[in-house]
Structure formats: C-alpha cells, structure tokens
Design a protein around this ligand. Structure first.
Ligand code: NAI
Length: 483
C-alpha cells in the first residue's frame, strides 16, 4: 500500500526520518510517495503551500503522513496545515492522551492514570478565518457552526467511543453564552447520544471542563469539542501527560485522512537532531492501526513504551540526571527493543488485516444539507453601522429611516443594549448594531431590507447586515445584553 508523506519544516525532516527508519526496521508493508508541502513550497510561490502534483498525489492515495509545517508570518498567507484539513474535509481531529510510563508528570507521580481522547471539530468555527475590519477600530471574525458539520464530527466521536468501550463521552461547550452556535453543537451532541444509550454521555461548560481536567483527569474518557475550544483543551491535555512531545493527532475524513504530531516545527531546535520523535511516532502508530497493520502497530508501540519505561529520553523530558539521546539514537533504541514487552500498558499483538487502498473519484463536491423542519420568515434585520455619535442621536436618525415597514427595536454596541435603555457607564466603540423589526410582525422580503439599507446609507456607512429570521416560533438570532 502506498501513502503520501510530507516531511515538513524545521524538525519535521529529522523526526520523519526517525519514524520511517523505525517503520522500515519493523518491515511495515508501506510504500511512500514524498510530496512537496510546507514553507519552502510557499517560498517557491505556491500560495497554498503545496504543488498541484502533491495535491493530486494525496487525493489519489487518500492518506497523508506529515511532519509539522511552518506558517509564514505575514498577511494573506494561510496555514498549510489548516488548508489541508479543510480542503480535504478531515472533519474530526482525534488526539489521544495517555499516561506514558517513564514520562513523569504530577499525575503519574500521584498514581493517577490518564487516558483521554479529545475529538475536536476540524473545519468550522473561527478557523474559517473569515475576518474583516468593519471600522478602523473594530475587527469581526465569523464563527460558523453548522448542523451537518457538527453531526458528522459527533457521529464519528460516538462511534469511536463505542468501539473503544468508552466509560463516558463528554461534550465541552460554551452554550450558556453562545446560545445559538454552541447551542446548536450541544443539540447535535444529544441528538446523536440517543442512538448510543449504552454510553454515558454528558456535557460540561468548557471553562469548568478545563478546571476538572486538571484536577480529576482520570474521570474523563472521550471529550468532544468545537474547533477553537478543542484546540485549547487538547493542548491542556497534552500538558497532563508530559507535553507536546507526546501528543499524536489523526485528522479523519470520509475520503482522506492526515496523521501528524500536535506540535509545530520547533525552530529553536531544528537541524540539531535533538527533537523528540515520539509524537510523530504515536501518530504513525495510529495510522498503522487505521490502515489495518495491527501487528506492526503493537510491536512498535510496545517497543516505544518499553524504551520510555527504561528511562530512555531525548533532551525535552525525562530524568535529567541520565544523559539524553539524540533523535537518531532514540529511534535506534526503539528498534533494538522490538520484541520486548513493557510492564505496563503492553499492546496485544493482533494480526495485520489486509490493507485496501481506497481511492475515491469524486465528480462533484459533496453537499451536506439537513431537512428543514420549520417555515422560515424574515421578521427584521440587524444593521451594523459605523458611528461615533451617542446612542440617542443614532436612534433618532434611524427612526427616520424605519418608514412604514420597520420598527426600530434597539441599538447596541459590542452586544450591549445602549438604547432605548442602557447605562452611560457602557463604553462605546465606533460601531453599532441597529435592530429593526417588521412594524406589524408581518413577514418581510429581501427587497424591504434593501430599501431600508439604501435609506439608512444616506446617514451611515453600513458595515454589514444580518437578517432576523423566525423558524416556526423559534428565534434564529440572539438578543442583545440587556434587551
Ligand atoms: P512548537 O510546537 O513548534 O514549539 C513549542 C516548543 O516546544 C518549543 O520550545 C519547541 O522546541 C518544543 N517542541 C516542539 N516539538 C518538540 C519535539 N518534538 N521535541 C522537542 N521539543 C519540541 O510551537 P511554535 O513555536 O508555536 O510553532 C512553530 C511553528 O510551527 C509555527 O510556524 C507554527 O505555525 C507551526 N506549527 C505547525 C503545526 C503543524 O504542522 N501541525 C502545529 C503547531 C505549530
């Protein structure tokens, strides 16, 4: 079976070489097609950080094993890592954090075992990177949470939890504040949970989750989160088991999967052959299991666990009184430990399954639409306008534009209502949200909204607008603080 391999930037080539050497020594039956991706490809003028040939190779092979890649600093350049995950719809980012014997942490010293799998949504949220300056003072990021995207991720998480006989599956969220976006994610979680009655499913608000993870990590098993919260929580979990050097990551999609370490290119130690290859090796082991190479995966993992148990370490962890090994020596020690069994956490040597190269030829982009259950009607509009005037003056001007169709409901600034009620102690910025609703509650159409837009633009610069929809009797928008 053939997979695509991108060595990456910084420490990427060093740790990839170490991992592939371990694979080769273990006779992993894989062939590699090395693809051009990363900072050096950006530098050659390819704006998405990969050549068209590399893109085609990855799409044909379906599996990418990659080293970390640097995102060039500067305007307009997107991270190749995020581009790859999004372009190929690897919607689930799975990161397993386990106590590794030989990697001392406060929890391992206290005898508290950790085995947490974080499943993070990988495409949506603020990672859409859709950002605009609305005024010279006000930046806006659009945060997309979608029903099909959430369901895709959450179904994967529940199925994975069932297969690993998980004790508990927990949704981390902030639906108490972001009632529409995180509320939708949480609704999807409980919708899917109904199909898995044997699993204990619950939810925890993300700040409380962080506190509970650092105080009682042993009570968690599978944790499901939206993209940004998942990013933060998974680094927190990496810290619980010894740091980024031990955090593997699998980006799972229906057609293409990407396996990589969680850490970055570590520019401070690049080129010195001292980086820790464990995270990339653990990602590689996860890839082998994904492909069905169970025996190879278990043999390599047992050798790694045995090596760690014996106190062998690279410079970034372990007992400082013992000399550290460099990347190559560390890999060679793992190879020399093939066939040895760790005292704790030894993996069962299941036989390899026949690997099947699955190539998907899609002739159109898959469209994900869920069934609309309610009739939608437009009942108003939020106009985001630029102004440094006081709320009363703005309201007075806006009322003139409301005409016979609209009613001015309120004016808010940074989400806090400042008219008709509010406080002079609320600090303002030069961008307001002016909310208009239909005068008599009757449905509006887009022409009505455009009419209001044209009228209002005589007085204000309109930075953006959002329609206020009702679905049946359900409001599809949030209220301002204090409304
Ligand atoms: P980083 O993870 O590269 O480094 C943070 C710290 O951890 C550094 O002190 C580094 O020496 C250490 N470290 C990381 N991996 C290590 C390893 N395997 N062995 C020993 N020490 C290790 O994070 P940073 O500095 O924020 O990012 C550097 C670059 O990497 C940036 O350009 C960033 O965009 C990129 N990056 C790429 C990722 C990917 O390809 N998936 C993920 C995260 C960052």
């Amino acid at each position: 079976m053939k997979i695509a391999v991108a060595k990456g930037d910084g420490i990427g080539p060093e740790i990839m070489q170490a991992v592939l050497k371990i694979f080769e020594a273990n006779k992993v039956p894989l062939e590699y097609d090395f693809v051009d991706m990363g900072k050096w490809v950006f530098d050659k003028g390819f704006n998405n950080g990969m050549t068209p040939e590399s893109k085609l190779t990855i799409e044909n092979l379906g599996i990418l094993f990659k080293g970390p890649m640097e995102t060039p600093k500067g305007k307009g350049v997107k991270s190749v890592n995020v581009t790859a995950r999004k372009t190929w719809n690897t919607y689930a980012n799975k990161r397993v954090f386990q106590t590794l014997h030989g990697v001392d942490t406060v929890f391992s010293k206290a005898g508290i075992p950790i085995d947490i799998t974080v499943v993070r949504e990988n495409i949506e949220d603020t990672y859409g990177g859709i950002e605009h300056m609305l005024t010279h003072d006000v930046a806006l990021s659009r945060r997309f949470i979608t029903r099909p995207g959430s369901l895709q991720l959450i179904k994967y998480a529940f199925e994975m939890a069932r297969q690993k006989n998980a004790r508990r599956i927990t949704c981390g969220h902030k639906a108490n504040i972001m009632k529409i976006t995180d509320g939708l994610f949480l609704d999807c979680f409980y919708e899917v949970a109904k199909e898995y009655p044997e699993l204990k499913s619950d939810d925890v608000i993300v700040d409380d989750l962080c506190m509970k993870l650092v105080t009682r990590p042993d009570t968690f098993d599978v944790v499901v989160l939206t993209n940004l919260q998942g990013d933060i929580v998974s680094d927190l979990c990496a810290g619980l088991v010894g740091g980024l050097g031990f955090a593997p990551s699998a980006n799972i999609g229906d057609h293409i999967c990407i396996f990589e370490a969680v850490h970055g290119t570590a520019p401070d130690i690049a080129g010195k052959n001292i980086a820790n290859p464990t995270a990339l090796l653990l990602s590689g082991i996860a890839m082998l299991r994904h492909l069905g190479y169970m025996k190879n995966a278990a043999e390599i993992e047992n050798a790694l666990l045995y090596t760690l148990e014996k106190g062998v370490h690279t410079g970034d962890f372990g007992d400082k009184s013992k000399p550290s090994l460099n990347t190559t020596e560390f890999a060679d020690t793992i190879i020399s430990n093939f066939g040895k069994t760790p005292e704790l956490g030894a993996k069962e040597l299941l036989p390899n399954k026949p690997a099947v190269q699955t190539v998907f030829h899609l002739d159109r982009n898959p469209m994900m639409v869920s069934k609309e259950e309610f009739q939608e009607k437009i009942i108003g509009v939020d106009m985001f306008i630029e102004s440094d005037e006081q709320p009363g003056i703005i309201a007075h001007k806006c009322q003139r534009h409301a005409g016979v169709k609209f009613n001015l409901i309120n004016v808010s600034n940074r989400g806090t209502q400042v008219w008709p009620t509010g406080s002079v102690f609320t600090n303002l910025v030069n961008q307001y949200n002016v909310r208009f609703e239909s005068l008599d509650g009757s449905p509006l159409n887009q022409q009505d909204i455009i009419g209001l837009y044209v009228s209002l633009s005589g007085n204000f610069k309109i930075c953006s607008l959002e329609l206020l929809n009702m679905w049946g009797d359900k409001r599809s928008y949030s209220l301002a603080q204090g409304q």
